[in-house]
Design a protein around this ligand. Structure first.
Ligand code: ISE
Length: 341
């Protein structure tokens, strides 16, 4: 069976997933695309040597009987309405992170999905599929470093445009760690605070807060510090150290050939996040398509994961507004609908 996919939003990640779904994932046909900017999707189809129906209205794509699965890679603001429409049409849906702009929108999506009687949606938290994080999680679960006590992380982008404002550093960048860390250390967050230290001169205007420091504490008292810096200039740099009672786990970086040249010994630092996590994205889509092509519910990150991340991100933004004031967090048990993994 060839699974027929429609992609809404052909920007950076949309074009990347279009390429992935047509060139590296077996038994998929991208039958339709759509972008709010006229001619944008067609241009990308041409560049990639592909043919698909190019819709100007995403409702038409969703309602096309030749689209079985909807992939939402539109801008963050549009996720909510697109996902709601796809679920209302009863279609399997993959939505890039963040699931929506805030916890309330995520809860609406959850309620819509529940009407379908089973999971139909997966959220693009692809780091769960990155082999290096999977290994780290396994080692924590196996007790290799004893109980985790602290997590020390860096999430740096080389640069972002002016419209990448203070809130996007949280809801679009730090959201990866916010989603990942409680899974890694098997604990829930009890509080979060976010503040801005000395600011970079590379921010395009004075309103933008960059870098930011996110501090979270879990229920058992694990301390997590994430430095978020989306205009660091030198590259895409992801660090994750988990400090335990007996030792430290360190996330590896992508190996690059070392160069000995002109009295220098050097290795490259990647600059593009799509390349840094390429294998994670591939494994993620193989898993997602593998399930939905058999008419099975997806098993990767769910709308509930999207909701937990959004509750945490909402509190992060509140803290930032209140000069780093600590915000308490308390999460309900995952509903049975999502708990059965
Ligand atoms: C982007 O959407 C991502 O998901 C990247 O992993 C992140 O580093 C970047 O800041 C986001 O804009």
């Amino acid at each position: 069976h060839v699974t027929k996919v429609g992609i809404v939003g052909i920007g950076f990640i949309g074009s990347d997933h279009l390429h992935r779904l047509t060139k590296t994932i077996a038994n998929v046909e991208v039958t339709a695309v759509c972008d709010i900017v006229p001619n944008k999707a067609q241009k990308v189809l041409d560049e990639q040597g592909l043919k698909a129906k190019d819709y100007s209205d995403y409702h038409d794509l969703i309602n096309d009987p030749n689209v079985e699965v909807v992939v939402c890679t539109a801008s963050n603001e549009a996720h909510y309405e697109i996902v709601m429409a796809a679920l209302k049409a009863g279609k399997f849906t993959f939505c890039e992170k963040p699931l929506a702009l805030d916890a309330q929108q995520c809860m609406d999506i959850i309620n819509e999905e529940k009407k379908l009687g089973r999971r139909m949606l997966q959220v693009g938290f692809m780091r769960h599929y990155a082999p290096e994080y999977v290994q780290m999680k396994q080692m924590i679960d196996d007790g290799v470093i004893g109980n985790p006590l602290m997590v020390d992380e860096r999430h740096y982008n080389q640069t972002q445009p002016e419209e990448y404002d203070t809130s996007r550093s949280i809801i679009e960048t730090a959201i990866h760690e916010i989603d990942l860390d409680h899974w890694l250390v098997n604990d829930d967050y009890a509080s979060i605070r976010v503040f801005a230290p000395k600011q970079t001169r590379h921010a395009q205007n004075a309103q933008i807060k960059d870098p930011q420091i996110v501090m979270m504490e879990t229920k058992t008292g694990i301390n997590i510090v994430i430095e978020v810096f989306v205009r660091c200039q030198y590259g895409y740099d992801i660090k994750c150290d988990v400090i335990g009672e007996e030792g430290v786990l360190e996330l590896p970086t992508v190996p690059q050939v070392a160069t000995r040249l002109n009295a220098q010994y050097s290795t490259a630092i990647l600059t593009d996040w799509k390349a840094r996590f390429e294998s994670a994205y591939d494994i993620e889509f193989r898993d997602f398509i593998g399930h939905v092509s058999q008419e099975e519910s997806p098993v990767g990150p769910s709308a509930w994961d999207g909701y937990i991340a959004a509750v945490t991100a909402d509190a992060a933004l509140k803290s930032l507004d209140e000069d780093g004031e600590k915000q308490d967090l308390d999460f309900p048990e995952a509903p049975a609908f999502y708990a059965a993994k």
